[in-house]
Design a protein around this ligand. Structure first.
Ligand code: GLY
Ligand code: MN
Ligand code: MN
Length: 430
């Protein structure tokens, strides 16, 4: 791992919060992700399943966490099963967690090797009535593969068909959406690394630079700051590419007069940041580009002010839509008739701003959070309005990550990342 050790109290607290929500006499199981194959012996880089990470800090494949808060044997109330390691295995397979290191990471005292899992699980299953299984109920999830978690669940349900089943996901959605101060610190770190990358670009972007050269600059800056890289596939979209919302080819040359939409951000310790800035290739916005840019920036500022405890996600989006509609009228992109005749299910503003304004962010870029429940302090949201105008050859989006406060406006984790037109122009020309 490139990141510095995380205070294990975070994981101890997270487990305490999770087990407090479990039914009596129940047990919960969480699995690592698989290492996904490419072909031959090639594999994708390992990405830990965020739930087992959240509850243990274990960032290693083939790991299982079991929580059984009422287990008659105290030492079995929290168990980690890990891939075996010893000095010999370490030489061949590289460093893996020892039992001592697993305790240092997670605060879990009982660590067994994976080969003992079935036998120990048999004992635990005879002692509990309900098993919590971990399904993926994220509102954007679209998974075709069978995960390691799915395989384990299938095995458990087949082997122990008489147990009742409960869902871990709703508990985790609620817990993970409200961030601990240690998590906010880690997310601030991810945002600070992103800031370094963005500032580097302001000195680097010049007419005729290629989009992939920009990507390379960012990757360089992220890696040298202990990030493993981008928190999500970067979008580096010059000119009309910005109007393809999920443009990820990043293979075009940036032309004088064009804007570049950069939806690019670092991860740190598996926590995402999510930034969008839109900058002029030549270091200066045209009058029209500036007008649209400032309109997006005003919508962003007004939207941010609405992220308060108690706000409902759906109402918030309706209000942002109204502000955006007024800005689009000001820019001459919509007129009165467009708005009067609009379809309430797809309001007129959606022609130029067709995506949502905010999403939860944390261990996943589009993080857990139940969108039909009111917003709470210490939830972290993005704010990312945009205006996309293919007919004019550019699209503008601006995006920051903000933490909802008990009182007052949200705290912007990206407050130091240049956003005002004048600051961007000055930095690009200094
Ligand atoms: N970069 C992904 C998003 O903004 O949602
Ligand atoms: Mn986003
Ligand atoms: Mn983004």
């Amino acid at each position: 791992m490139k990141y510095l050790p995380i205070d294990k109290n975070l994981f101890i607290k997270n487990r305490k919060n999770f087990t407090a929500k479990m039914k009596p006499n129940s047990l919960a199981v969480f699995n690592s992700n698989d290492i996904y194959p490419i072909s031959a012996d090639s594999t994708m880089p390992f990405e830990q399943h965020r739930d087992i990470f959240y509850l243990s800090g274990v960032d290693q494949e083939e790991s299982i966490l079991v929580l059984f808060p009422n287990c008659p044997k105290e030492k079995h109330r929290e168990i980690l099963f890990l891939k075996e390691t010893n000095d010999h295995i370490a030489v061949w397979e590289g460093e893996k967690l020892t039992k001592e290191a697993a305790f240092e990471t997670s605060g879990i005292q009982t660590v067994y090797w994976l080969k003992d899992m079935e036998k120990i699980m048999f004992e635990l299953m005879t002692q509990c009535d309900t098993i919590y299984i971990n399904t993926n109920e994220h509102y954007r999830a679209n998974v075709e593969t069978q995960t390691r978690e799915d395989r384990y669940t299938k095995w458990l349900k087949e082997k122990y068909p008489a147990h009742s089943v409960a869902k871990s996901n709703p508990i985790l959605q609620r817990l993970r959406s409200v961030k601990d101060p240690i998590e906010i610190e880690l997310m601030q770190k991810a945002c600070n690394i992103t800031e370094k990358g963005f500032r580097r670009l302001l000195n680097f972007v010049k007419p005729n630079v290629w989009e992939y050269e920009i990507e390379a600059e960012l990757m360089h800056e992220f890696l040298r700051n202990r990030s493993k890289g981008f928190a999500y596939t970067p979008i580096i979209a010059s000119g009309n590419n910005a109007n393809v919302l999920h443009y990820v080819q990043n293979n075009q040359q940036c032309k004088t007069g064009d804007l570049i939409l950069l939806d690019v951000a670092a991860e740190y310790a598996n926590y995402s940041s999510d930034l969008t800035r839109t900058i002029p290739v030549s270091g200066k916005f045209s009058k029209r580009q500036k007008d649209v840019y400032n309109a997006v920036n005003r919508v962003k500022k007004e939207a941010t002010k609405m992220l308060l405890p108690g706000t409902m996600w759906a109402d918030y989006h309706v209000e942002v839509g109204k502000i955006m509609t007024s800005e689009l009228k000001g820019l001459g992109l919509l007129d009165k008739a467009d708005v009067q005749n609009e379809n309430p299910d797809w309001p007129a503003y959606k022609k130029y701003f067709m995506h949502g304004t905010s999403h939860h962010i944390g261990l996943d870029t589009h993080d857990y959070g139940i969108l039909t429940e009111p917003m709470l302090p210490n939830m972290v949201f993005t704010v990312e309005p945009g205006i996309y105008i293919p007919d004019e050859g550019f699209g503008i989006r601006l995006e920051d990550d903000v933490v909802i406060q008990e009182k007052g406006e949200p705290f912007n984790l990206m407050q130091n990342i240049p956003i005002e037109v004048e600051e961007i122009e000055e930095l690009m020309n200094s």
